[in-house]
Each structure stands twice: as structure tokens, then as C-alpha cells.
Ligand binder design. Sequence first.
Ligand SMILES: [Zn+2]
Length: 400
Amino acid sequence: MNKPKFIINRIGAQDRMPTVDTYLTNTILDDISYRILKSTDYDVEWREYRIVGRMIKLIDGNDIHYIALSANGELTARNSQLQSVPTALSQYLAEQKNSKDGKNRKFYFYFLPQHGNNQTDYLKFMYRLMVTTGVIFLNREFGLPHFTPLAFSSVKDLIRSRNDLRSRNSGNKSTYVTDEGTCYHIYGKTFGANQKETSLFCISISAITDKPVKLYQIIDNDSEKISDNDVEAIKIYSTNNSKYSFEIMDDTLEFDDGDSDTVKDKLRSPKFIYNLLSKFDGEKKCVLCGCKIEEVVQAAHIYPIASIRKRSDLTFDRKFELATDGDNGIWLCENHHKLFDRGLIWFEEGKICISDELEDENIVFVKQITTIDTIEPQYINDKMLAYFDLRTGTIPRLAV
Ligand SMILES: [Zn+2]
């Protein structure tokens, strides 16, 4: 019987990076081998290729162990610790799916020695995403001595935790997940570290979802799509782990936001929802009654799409900018949204006004359901006020 063997690509992932043998010492390989095989008797095959996804393999008879390594040394960028995990996971999933060799494959994460805070709230959240996807931490007590990441039990649990993180302002704001009643929507960016976050979200959500999921890709730095490998990984993972469909929306400019008679409409873009989520800290909540029932809370344009479309003085790009600007929107529940669209309520300086066209008893009703009569001041800005002016047809006091 052959000895277990590490297969390691020796060249750094990028030119400026050190070769892998400079930091992957025998002590570390012993430790990895012992933790997986309870033995330190192994061979190492160093290959003259670039390491991908910071991942090495340990082959033992019929078992192939995939080990994604953490960053080592100084922790710098917010995400550097975990950025390579989705890449490693995609490779593992693709090999698991495509190999016909009958071998058992397992995926692990291993902490290399590092300095700096690897337990920021943001990273803790990301570790939980990893555990949710089924990643095994080989040396958790070494890498995270004071924190045991637990898998998210449901998508609601994940959304709640993500919103908590955001309200403490300790994460970035690149990915949003909303509950649409019959399905979940993920709004994720498509470039660099943001793309990797999007992929990890998708993979872990597909592990726990109780409804179909749609990913809306939000164009980021001219990168229109997440990478083919990541798409492949999401597809494989959701096919294996979920009985619900996972749709990756290709055309980012065609979108039904539930606010339109015409389903396909270039000016109705998921980017508007993304920007609105971003402006309101990821939370869908009616600004006039605080209703948070995701199924009935809708994104309302202040300066309506129909009016923007009619503006012959504007280029399409400019129209698109106005139509997707987070400042040109508020969250409203279905009641308040309809009242707003029919012109039965409107805003002056952020404060609600009720039309006297309504019968007295209906005015009383609107007052009853309006528990918040002014948009919270932290959300009001000059641009938003200008959109309100444009809506009412007055000449905007402020340029947009
Ligand atoms: Zn409301």
C-alpha cells in the first residue's frame, strides 16, 4: 500500500507571492496529516504549478482530502483570510462531480499561523457561512480559540445575523439577501472580493434554503458576471443539497420588481433594489408604518420610472442612473405604496400629507396605519428631496 501523499502546487498564486514551500513547513504538514489520518508518515509531491484557491490535497488510498489554507502571517485586507475559499470549494465540487474514479472526497479549512484579528464580526459571520456549507475546520481551536462558528439553521437566521452585523457597521455592504415570500433573492456583486462573497453566500444558502432562490448579479467594476467556475460550483452544490431551484439571473438589466405591469423593462433593474437595500442598511421596512413583512414591503420610486422614461432630454444612461439611484426610493408596504402611487398621500420635507379627496373615515384609517409620519432624518438628503420635487412636477430646488 502506498504511503499517503500531499500534492502541493509550489508556485504562489500571484507573482509577488512567496512560494508555498517557504511557509508550509514540515511541522505544519505533520499537523495536517495527523489531524486527518492520525499519522505523520506521508510523502510530499511538490509540483511546479501555481497554487489555486490556496488549496493542497492529501491523497490516502481511496480518500482525497482537499485542504484550503487560511492566509498566513499578517492579516491585511478584510477578506484576505477567506477570499480563496470559494475558489477552492469550486474546484473541489467540480472534481467531486466530474471524476469517475469512485474516490471519497472531503473538504477542510486549515488555519496557518497568523497575526492580526481573525475574529472580526465580519470574519465570524463568514466562518459561519463556511460551516453552513459543510466545511470542516481542521484546527479550529488553534485558529479561533475563542469562537466556535455554528452553521446557520435557516435563511431567516442568516438574514437576521447579516442585518445585525450591518447595523453594527462592522461588515461591508456587498451582498444582500431578502425574503420575498415565495422565494429568496440574493443581490450580489460580481467583481473581486465581492464576487467571492456572493459565491459563498449562494453556496451556503443553497445548503439551508426552504424556498427557491434567485441570484441577481449587480455589475461591479464592469464585471457583469461572477466567474464560470463559481457559477458551476453554485449549480453543483445546489443540485446536490437542495430540492429547491437556484436561478442565476443572467441579464442584469431585465427585472420584475413587482411594481410593474410590464415584466421586462430595461429601466427596472435589480440595481435599484440593491441600492435601496444599501441605503436602508439592508432592511426592508415601510417608512410610514415600520412594517417588516418582507412579502408586502415594496421598493417605491419617488420620481417614477414612467416619468423618467418620458424625459426626451436625457440619455438612456442618465435615465438608468435616476431609475436605480437609492436616493430615488423608499420602502413602503402595499397599502402605503398604493396610496402613494395614486397620489392620495405625498411627502413634504419628508413628512406625510394626506389628500382631502379621501372620505373622512378613510383619512382616519390612513392616520391609523401611519405610525411614523416623517421619514427618519438620517435617510433624507438633498438628492432625495429633489426627487420628491420632480415627482410633484415642481422645479427641483436641488439638482439631481
Ligand atoms: Zn406601511
